[in-house]
Structures are given as structure tokens and as C-alpha cells.
Design a protein around this ligand. Structure first.
Ligand code: ADP
Length: 206
């Protein structure tokens, strides 16, 4: 049986009348604070948080064959090939019982199209795309101080150019469908979260 999306707090402004499951995408450059906001959003709205980067890091630390395949690409700041990412996403989404929040996926237009097909076949869809906007100088500063293993200067530079070339068009792809909401990600963590809560429009996507 499907467990429907039950908000912990009244968030009737998030959904169109009669829709019980909400699926969100959080977009933004590396270092924009997606992980932090994703956790807050997922917990507040009772969504399954799906972070492809986090899933890959877990696979790498467990030294699974998926992890071994992904590691080289991650260390170089490149995208892991689509077929690997899509297989992983397919299994997580089909297990997800409530609405979900995608963080770090889709990262190129091919992934976005494949996601659409995958969801369509399960009678699901994306309701809103939140785009965290942070200037590049702020991003670089944040990543350097975070110090994750793929956060050294050459990799950061590569990840930013991959973002500009491959992920930025994903925002345009969803903007054409009227799904994108821009959020100023340079503000304090709680202020960013408040802006997100206010942005999700009354009555769903118009
Ligand atoms: P960030 O957003 O800070 O770059 P993530 O944790 O989202 O970090 O991703 C880390 C790395 O994992 C990426 O640089 C990439 O190699 C890989 N990765 C994550 N998600 C995807 C995806 N959707 N497609 C391809 N590679 C991905």
C-alpha cells in the first residue's frame, strides 16, 4: 500500500488541491548548501532525501563495485556516467514510499529526461524545482573551508565548469516547464530555509 505524504505541519500552500505526494528537485552549484537545505526540507515536509553524491560516497566507503566504478570520476570532479547514476536512482525511487527530494540529480539534461520517463511510468511527476543561487567566489570559499576529499582547488574548478556546462541547462529545461523557483543561497542557513518555505506557491504550480 502506498503511504501518502503527510506533512508534520500544515503546508497546504505546497500542494495543488487533491495531490497527496510532492516531489522536489534541489538544484545549485557544488558548495551552494544543497545538502544542508535538503536535510531541513526533507525533515520539515517528511520527504525522502535522495542525494546521489552521498549515495556514491557510501558506495565508495563500502568499496562496492558501484563505488569503485564511481570513484575515479568523483576524484576528478567529473560526472559519473549516466547509466550508473540512472540505475542507482531507479532503484531508490522505486523504493521510496513518500514524496522525495532529489539533491545532486539530475545533473545534465539527459538525466532529467530519463527521470521524466522513469516517473511517468509510475504515474509520478516533479512538482517544484528549487534553484539555490550563490555567486562563484562565495562557493569556492565555502568548499575550500569544507575540505571534503574532492574539495581541492583543481577538482573544484572542474566541478564548477561541469556545473556551468552540463547542469545549468537542467535549470532551463525545468524553467520551460514553469517549475523553477530561485532562492538566494548566500543568506544564513535559516534565512535560506525560510525563503524556500515561502517560495513554494499557494495552489501548486500555476
Ligand atoms: P557537490 O554538489 O558538492 O559537487 P555531490 O555530493 O552532489 O557534491 O557530488 C559529488 C560527486 O559525485 C560529483 O562531483 C560527481 O562526480 C558525482 N555525482 C553526484 N551526483 C551525480 C549525478 N547525478 N550524475 C553524475 N555524477 C554525480
Amino acid at each position: 500500500m502506498k503511504v501518502f505524504w503527510v506533512p508534520k505541519l500544515p503546508v497546504s500552500n505546497l500542494l495543488e488541491e487533491g495531490r497527496e505526494i510532492v516531489n522536489l528537485i534541489l538544484l545549485g552549484p557544488p558548495g551552494a548548501g544543497k545538502g544542508t537545505q535538503a536535510e531541513k526540507i526533507a525533515s520539515f515536509f517528511s520527504l525522502t532525501h535522495i542525494s546521489t553524491g552521498e549515495l556514491f560516497r557510501q558506495e565508495v566507503s563500502k568499496k562496492t563495485s558501484l563505488g569503485m566504478q564511481a570513484k575515479g570520476f568523483m576524484d576528478r570532479g567529473e560526472l559519473v556516467p549516466d547509466e550508473i547514476v540512472l540505475a542507482m536512482i531507479q532503484s531508490v525511487i522505486s523504493e521510496s514510499q513518500n514524496g522525495f527530494l532529489l539533491d545532486g540529480f539530475p545533473r545534465n539534461v539527459e538525466q532529467a529526461k530519463a527521470l521524466g520517463t522513469m516517473l511517468g511510468s509510475q504515474n509520478l511527476r516533479i512538482d517544484h524545482v528549487l534553484s539555490l543561487e550563490v555567486p562563484e567566489d562565495v562557493i569556492v570559499e565555502r568548499m575550500v573551508s569544507r575540505g571534503r576529499s574532492d574539495d581541492h582547488p583543481d577538482t573544484i574548478k572542474n566541478r564548477l565548469s561541469v556545473y556551468r556546462e552540463q547542469t545549468q541547462p537542467v535549470k532551463e529545461f525545468y524553467a520551460e516547464q514553469g517549475l523553477v523557483h530561485e532562492v538566494n543561497g548566500s543568506q544564513k542557513v535559516d534565512t535560506v530555509f525560510d525563503s524556500i518555505c515561502q517560495l513554494l506557491p499557494k495552489g501548486g504550480v500555476q
